[in-house]
Ligand binder design. Structure first.
Ligand code: ADP
Length: 460
């Protein structure tokens, strides 16, 4: 079966609608900077919430002792401990355990969920091994909690609502740190939460421990977010006393960004069908949850209106989210002459029988979607760097500055990484881009939370 002549103009139109030439990237970077500024001025002043983390002591490398981290952000729950030995010895030992949250607890009561977390922690803490807590010292915990909370201090935060499939009753409106502390009391565990942080903030802290030049952290996984180190006197909405030299981490919640993004009919339809229409537009354009689905919608259209896969339209291709971002990545790694991997991925996930020509079109569609995503993510990063640079001439662009990256999408999709880096280099120019290091910080968030427990310990 031959591809109808209608497919070629459809591909061209998709490529035009997704195009990210330099002026588009520059506009996104500039608008991101302006939105950052507006969100720092006043709550509700921007699409970006610019949430204060209350982390104003960053890891230095001098941290010493035994600290714990808990990470609750999805269906998996992680506990970790780290023995820190100060500047010379650094990380002496780490140990971690991952447990999946039983389905029934995701819709249980708050007490039941936190009792479960506390008992996993108690069990983990008992298997002491080579880890030492001085007699009489409480175990201190950095708690990475990736649900929307309203924080008012480093060690407290009110849950606004559960997301990601959790419907636990009785937590919303309560301080999640108090919930955990109470559960630990019930279980007789002598530990306390010293720092409550989100995963982006923990990633920044984890990377900063090894490298003082880390200023920004970005997560590109199922969803996306970013945070950076800001001067307190550059945050008008920050009330109260702070040292003139004070700095803090600000969480952008950048998934909500929306200005100047080149969008297609497939993006608009996917958004309209989503559980949060009109929201998280940047996230829907650049993060792992959505790239496969955008491509599926484009391919379905080409199959229906342009006979991309012959006269019949494969039924499975009509199912939302059958094509995952890892599938796009697997197809793009195909180096065989007849694009065997593309063929088998299409057949396995969507029941599609394809010819070499249609496989080539599929690859073009994947590349178009991932190129737009990677380049826009890069423009967002430049927007953050640009904002800091505008306030402090030369401090960012005139010396080495590190952006710490984490998340499965960034880690496992080489084309995405390449497009992101190209976009940053195009925007900054050859001289400045020599100073900007975009670096993968693998699993920095676990140790980062433990480090924040250490820097925010008031027991030392
Ligand atoms: P999460 O963001 O869910 O906490 P990760 O950071 O591990 O967890 O990111 C997982 C996401 O990364 C997946 O939802 C998927 O979109 C993306 N991903 C995973 N593997 C790959 C891959 N091989 N190629 C491209 N994207 C991938």
């Amino acid at each position: 079966s031959s591809i109808s002549v209608a497919v070629a103009p459809m591909l061209t139109k998709l490529q035009q609608d997704c195009a990210t030439p330099l002026p588009v990237l520059r506009n996104v970077a500039d608008s991101m900077s302006a939105d950052i500024r507006a969100g720092l001025a006043v709550d509700g002043g921007s699409d970006l919430k610019m949430i204060l983390s209350y982390v104003d002591r960053l890891p230095t490398g001098n941290e010493n002792g035994l600290f714990y981290a808990l990470d609750l952000g999805g269906t998996n729950f992680r506990v970790l401990r780290v023995q820190l030995g100060g500047k010379d010895e650094r990380v002496i030992a780490t140990e971690s355990e991952q447990v999946s949250i039983p389905q029934e607890l995701m819709s249980a009561t708050s007490e039941e969920l936190f009792d479960f977390i506390a008992s996993v922690l108690a069990n983990f803490a008992q298997k002491g091994g080579n880890f030492h807590l001085p007699p009489g010292r409480k175990g201190e915990i950095g708690f990475t909690f990736s649900f929307p909370v309203k924080q008012t201090s480093i060690d407290s935060g009110i849950l606004i609502k559960w997301t990601k499939g959790f419907s636990v009753s009785g937590t919303a409106g309560k301080d999640v740190v108090a919930c955990l502390n109470e559960a630990m009391d019930r279980k007789g565990i002598d530990m306390r939460v010293s720092a409550l942080v989100n995963d982006t903030v923990a990633t920044l802290a984890g990377a900063r421990y090894w490298d003082d030049d880390v200023m920004v952290a970005v997560i590109l996984g199922t969803g996306t977010n970013a945070c950076y180190v800001e001067r307190m006197d550059a945050i008008p909405k920050l009330q109260g006393d702070f040292p003139p030299s004070g700095r803090t981490i600000v969480n952008l919640e950048w998934g909500a960004y929306r200005k100047g993004l080149p969008l297609t009919v497939f993006d608009r339809d996917m958004d309209a069908a989503s559980i949060n229409p009109g929201e998280q537009i940047f996230e829907k354009t650049i993060s792992g949850m959505y790239l496969g689905e955008i491509a599926r919608r484009a391919l379905l259209y080409m199959a229906e209106e342009g006979s991309l896969f012959g006269t019949s339209v494969p039924e499975k291709l009509s199912m939302p989210f059958v094509l995952g971002t890892p599938d796009l990545s697997a197809m793009q790694q195909d180096t065989t002459d007849d694009l065997q991997t593309v063929g088998s991925v299409l057949y396995d996930v969507a029941g599609v029988e394809s010819t070499l020509n249609s496989r080539k079109i599929v690859l073009e569609v994947c590349d178009t979607i991932v190129k737009r995503a990677g380049r826009l993510a890069g423009a967002g990063i430049v927007g953050i760097l640009q904002k800091i640079e505008e306030d402090t001439k030369g401090v960012i662009f005139g010396k080495r500055t590190v952006v710490a990256m984490d998340g499965g999408l960034y880690e496992r999709y080489s084309q995405y990484r390449r497009y992101l880096k190209e976009s940053v280099a195009e925007l900054l120019g050859p001289e400045t881009s020599k100073n900007i290091v975009i670096e993968h910080s693998k699993d920095g968030s676990g140790i980062g939370a433990a480090l924040l427990a250490a820097t925010n310990s008031n027991l030392i």
